[in-house]
Design a protein around this ligand. Sequence first.
Ligand SMILES: Nc1ncnc2c1ncn2[C@@H]1O[C@H](COP(=O)(O)OP(=O)(O)O)[C@@H](O)[C@H]1O
Ligand SMILES: [Mg+2]
Length: 503
Amino acid sequence: MEKDIILELKNVNKVFDESYAVKDFNLYVRKGEFVTFLGPSGCGKTTTLRMIAGLEMPTSGEILLNGKDISQLPPYKRPLNTVFQRYALFSHLDVYDNIAFGLKLKKIPYKVTDKNGKVKIKYRKYTRQEIDEKVNKALKIVDLESFECRDVTTLSGGQQQRVAIARAIVNEPEILLLDEPLGALDLKMRKEMQLELKEMHRKLGITFIYVTHDQEEALTMSDVIVVMKDGQIQQIGTPMDIYNEPKNAFVADFIGESNIYVGTMIDKMKVRFLGKLWDCVDDFPINEKVDVVVRPEDIVIHDENYPGVKAKIVNKIFKGIHYQYTAMVGNNEVLIQSVVDHPIDIFVSLTIEPDLIQIMHREYTSNIYQDAYINKNNKVVFAGTNWDCDVTQLVAGSHLDDEGYLITPNGKKYDLNDIDVIAEIDMKDIEISDNLEEGNITGQIVQMVWIGDHYQLIVRTEDEDDFVVDTEWTWNEFDTVSVKIDSSKIKLTLKADLSKYEV
Ligand SMILES: Nc1ncnc2c1ncn2[C@@H]1O[C@H](COP(=O)(O)OP(=O)(O)O)[C@@H](O)[C@H]1O
Ligand SMILES: [Mg+2]
């Protein structure tokens, strides 16, 4: 193991009520790093932090601190301290006593040699002077030097959070865990505290593990960002890596503003999207459908006659330093940032440098259900629902007889009951509706990504089956919707050997 690794999570899983809050989590953290867990609400950030702190036990996997398994250590024996969003300060104590509280209770081991020469461990408390020194040092780091005697209830939100941080760092932890510590502050205070926390990290020189759902906060503060979704790591990297080379459409959409399009690889390092062939620097198999990501600041606006893709500017917002334009290329929206002032409603030409076109494997091209089966009524069962599929597609030219047996063109007869199949639904054969009665199954929208001219969204059913749907309409995350599928369009493939089912 590398010497400077302080914390390691190996294959960590956490299951609550049969569903994964954290899945297959693998991460190492170097001494002194500022590492941020970033992801939407509910993606498992707090649960992961609580497992590191010892407030939650992993269902499986290992957590190593300085190479030693700490999973059996209770929280107070781990050299870690946590700062939560809700700073539970003691309102009856002043600032000094809030910070000194833990120190006053702490028992410090020391060695004594008795008269027989035996070494014994004894415990003592910190002296008044030691406590004084530690509290003052912590107050200095959080920039509250003259606040010792203040009643905590008279402090602003930002000041209270500083006291909470001081209370954590006064114990000189090896790792400071921070769970959305700025979440309760207003925007201006947050921005100030972000810079100050970064400065505290520098002064203390200890490892920080920070949790936030705010991508800008993560980009500003971190050495390393761990992007999470659904309890799983999507990408680990520096803020630059994650911004410039997002691994998938989710990361691209979550971090910063981006344009995402469906493209096709036409040739070696040539991709077609926005109705045009572009040079790029990524090599993908020819004819593969890909997700293409372009950052708004990487698109250059030229005169209409300049070689590039023709677009019409339809919207413009001044953002302080730059303008943000929306242009249309056919039905595709293009978001552009530029410091140059252009009028709206004009036609322009757009160019993008090849190395600024980011190409990624498409995560979803169709919906595939691997563990479907046919029941005794010849219905296909998956996602907890019976579907009226055309089962005769399993053998070309076959039909069902009166008793429901499958009869092949050469007269063989099969009982399809219980046979395992793979069901595949093309994205274009799925629709969603807000009329819950209308569809085959209901679920909640758990993710929405804008892809050029439509949204791709994930509807998750109560049984945690996902349906990926392309739609032109705007929905809201967490809406409950019904999923409409034309069952006759569901494609079935046999998983088992059909001959075993001959009758
Ligand atoms: N004690 C618990 N019991 C049951 N489910 C939980 C518990 N804590 C968290 N969860 C679930 O685990 C998932 C991850 O939650 P959490 O780690 O709090 O996410 P985040 O901090 O990223 O918002 C959520 O689906 C949440 O409902
Ligand atoms: Mg949380």
